[in-house]
Design a protein around this ligand. Structure first.
Ligand code: PGA
Length: 246
């Protein structure tokens, strides 16, 4: 049984005042029996302060992206080593918003995932089909291609996480049918089993896309769903707690 991971992706949201939400989150978790790992990936501007605030609480922190290189002339980018340096433990790579906004390809995502491993971080590698691809019956083919192209070779299953995020479900309030999530996750699990990944059963497979307190129980009880990547509902401590304690 894999320990679930409930990961919050704050995206380009959050100012200093948002640190209060983290205080409320710490308070809400204190003394409780928390059966999942809890992670927040804030904007890079908040990562240092947020990581300091989470201190010895169970909350872990991470970045939303990293450059493939360790350092150098890459204005505006941050490296996996920089995230590790301030105490981050994870980094999201290949989120569909980065694939769209910044033209990130599977090969680039794979390099970023390799950079994360090099720095001692756990990459959360995001994949997912568009609505057009789903309607055309290509969803599983797309997932297979993205897995083949984005996952570094030679890894152990405990070294990385995969997040399945149908692009059309992100920020829209729409979610796939439970049967479709189940199909996608069992496809990913089977595909890992045929890959060169060692201990493929140790890879946590997250679902992401409009997860909220009201649908968390159903989604997180689906076979092979080992946690959630949560955008909008991770911004408010009450909502995020509602998902953690679904
Ligand atoms: P959402 O975003 O929960 O707001 O749909 C999920 C994500 O993009 O990680």
């Amino acid at each position: 049984m894999l320990k679930p991971l409930i990961a919050g992706n704050w995206k380009m949201n959050g100012l200093t005042a948002s640190l209060q939400e983290v205080e409320a989150l710490i308070e809400g978790l204190q003394g409780k029996d928390v059966t999942a790992d809890v992670l927040i990936c804030p904007a890079a501007t908040l990562l240092d302060r947020l990581t300091a605030k989470t201190g010895d609480s169970i909350i872990e922190t991470g970045g939303q992206d990293c450059h493939a290189n360790e350092k150098g002339a890459h204005t505006g980018d941050i490296s996996a080593e920089m995230i590790a340096d301030i105490g981050g433990a994870y980094v999201i790579v290949g989120h569909s918003e980065r694939r769209t906004d910044h033209g990130e390809t599977d090969a680039m995502v794979r390099e970023k995932a390799e950079a994360a491993i090099r720095a001692g971080l756990t990459p959360i590698i995001c994949i997912g089909e568009t609505l057009e691809q789903r309607k055309a019956g290509q969803a599983l083919d797309v997932l297979g291609q993205q897995m083949g192209g984005s996952i570094p070779g030679g890894l152990d299953g405990s070294q990385f996480v995969i997040a399945y995020e149908p692009v059309w479900a992100i920020g829209t309030g729409l979610t796939p049918e439970a049967a479709d999530i189940k199909e996608a996750h069992s496809f990913m699990r089977a595909r890992l089993g045929q890959s060169a990944v060692k201990s493929p059963d140790k890879v946590r497979l997250l679902y992401g896309g409009s997860v909220k307190p009201s649908n968390a129980t159903e989604i997180l009880s689906i076979e092979d769903v080992n946690g959630a990547l949560v955008g909008g509902a991770s911004l408010k401590a009450q909502d995020f707690l509602g998902i953690i304690f679904h």
